[in-house]
Design a protein around this ligand. Structure first.
Ligand SMILES: [Zn+2]
Length: 493
């Protein structure tokens, strides 16, 4: 019996889900326990920064949403009045604007009532699945237009099938939770070569690309009694049953609510941190709060600050984890497995999802075409978390999270090219973390973290490409990257 065979014989197969992904994985049961939970900060901090080179040109549209949503909580319906103020920064005259309305991909969920342009009824549109194309606009470059969309959501029941053959769902209603994710009409990015950028959904990975926007939301419960506990992308102002949110320079706006949700709260250097959990999982909920606070403190030192008032972690009433701006979900199964020790998926995935506030929310990427750009960095953040807070667990992390899977494959393919979920995560998550570790060793800690800080500050609020990543990297090192890139990347950069 080879090593892997002996190893497998000593494993149990448990259905756990890792961040942003949704399939059963295999995990060793005999995990070495920590002997020391002191939290030394051993990663050197950047001491200086180099000036950025000329940035790649990105279309500079400005987008703001004013949304009023009236929810009948018990009926699980929401009437939405949405205004989108859009300034054309594409450099060309736009004949149409493409919105994505993810709820319309679910039968019986989305009912379009009316489309407006500059407050007048507008019949020139096409609605096809997620795509809502507003036509006949003739919008010159630099001009502003106001689009309006009025619609009703009838929230779907979330029923999870076999995770091996069916993608887990988050948007909708479970026994204990209502999740509003990607629930309103959003302008998709405009690419100078490709035009409006909206990929088809894949079985695994994410497919939406979020241009930065300003979001103002008034969320009203029509029944003022028995209002649920609400987790959201930022903190509201509350008057009776009306919750008013302002979320500038953001990617999306998420709400999660439930009458049995509990919350533990803390502070990370001025950022309010909330951990929402269900009653039997208080220990896990508090551990997630602690890990999220520690992660924010660490990543702020390493990568620079994020412009957020709060970050919320939410126990999903489902088995999937997912990052959004200002809020992330953790799979319920991680809470079930949590035994109070730091060598647990609950902890490492909390460190991972928190990191997406830097690499996804602040610096965005095309998640369908370049999924490695946020996933490799967020996976490597898990290592940074253990390195700084539980250095005795770094070897455990490399084995359990990365090397056990014997990852292979180029990391720079799109979500449609990888032949299945495991090759996808092995490449973009695990090979991605190995690439970053080798890069750090090659160029040294100082250059590595100065590079990441500069990448974060220069690309914050933008959608980064691999060319941006390597351009800013090369501005911070003279090391020969040739063999490292050829080992991990299919493309040349
Ligand atoms: Zn992730």
């Amino acid at each position: 019996m080879n090593f892997r065979g002996r190893l497998l014989s000593s494993l149990i197969v448990i259905s756990i889900l890792t961040s942003c992904i949704s399939i059963a994985e295999v995990r060793p049961t005999s995990i070495p326990l920590p002997t020391n939970t002191a939290a030394p900060i051993i990663t050197p901090l950047p001491t200086e920064r180099t000036e950025p080179e000329q940035a790649v040109e990105h279309p500079n549209n400005t987008i703001s949403y004013n949304i009023t949503a009236e929810m009948k909580y018990d009926a699980k319906t929401i009437l939405v009045e949405e205004e989108i103020n859009f300034t054309n920064g594409t450099g060309i005259k736009l004949e149409d604007i493409l919105l994505v309305v993810p709820p319309n991909a679910i039968p019986g969920t989305f009912e379009l009532i009316q489309v407006f342009v500059n407050k007048s009824n507008h019949d020139g549109f096409e609605l096809d699945g997620e795509r809502l194309l507003i036509k006949g606009l003739a919008l010159p470059n630099s001009d502003q237009i106001q689009l309006g969309v009025r619609f009703k959501l009838t929230l779907p029941e979330i029923t999870q099938g076999d995770p091996k053959i069916e993608r887990p769902k988050i948007f909708g209603v479970t026994d204990q939770q209502v999740n509003l994710t990607d629930w309103y009409a959003m302008v998709v990015p405009y690419d100078a070569k490709e035009g409006w950028l909206l990929h088809n959904a894949g079985f695994y990975g994410e497919h939406l690309v979020y241009p930065v926007s300003n979001i103002n939301l008034k969320f009203i419960f029509t029944e003022t009694e028995n209002i649920p506990t609400i987790a959201s992308s930022t903190q509201p102002e509350m008057v009776d049953a009306t919750y008013t949110y302002s979320f500038p320079n953001s990617r999306d706006f998420v709400l999660s609510m439930g009458r049995t949700m509990q919350v533990a709260s803390g502070d990370a250097d001025g950022i309010a941190v909330h951990s929402y959990y269900f009653m039997p999982y208080k220990t896990g909920g508090e551990a997630v709060l602690k890990t999220t606070i520690e992660s924010i403190q660490l990543y702020t030192k390493l990568f620079g600050p994020i412009d957020r008032r709060s970050v919320s972690a939410v126990q999903g009433d489902f088995d999937d984890g997912m990052e959004f701006d200002g809020l992330y979900y953790l799979s319920e199964s991680f809470y079930n497995l949590y035994d109070g020790n730091p060598n647990q998926y609950l902890i490492l995935v909390a460190a991972h999802e928190t990191c997406h506030q830097w690499w996804f929310a602040s610096v965005a990427n095309d998640q369908a075409i370049h999924p490695w750009m946020d996933e490799s960095l967020s996976t490597y953040c898990e290592k940074l978390y253990y390195e700084n807070y539980y250095p005795e667990l770094v070897d455990w992390w490399w084995f359990t999270r990365i090397n056990f899977y014997e990852p292979s494959g180029f990391i720079d393919q799109d979500i449609f090219t990888y032949q299945g979920f495991t090759p996808y995560t092995n490449a973009t998550y695990r090979q991605g973390a190995k690439f970053l570790e080798e890069l750090r060793v090659l160029i040294g800690d100082e250059a590595f973290f100065v590079f990441l800080r500069q990448y974060g500050s220069e690309m914050g609020g933008k959608i980064a490409t691999p060319e941006d990543f390597f351009r800013i990297l090369r501005a911070n090192t003279n090391a020969d990257l040739t063999s490292l890139i050829s080992n991990y990347f299919q493309g040349s950069y």
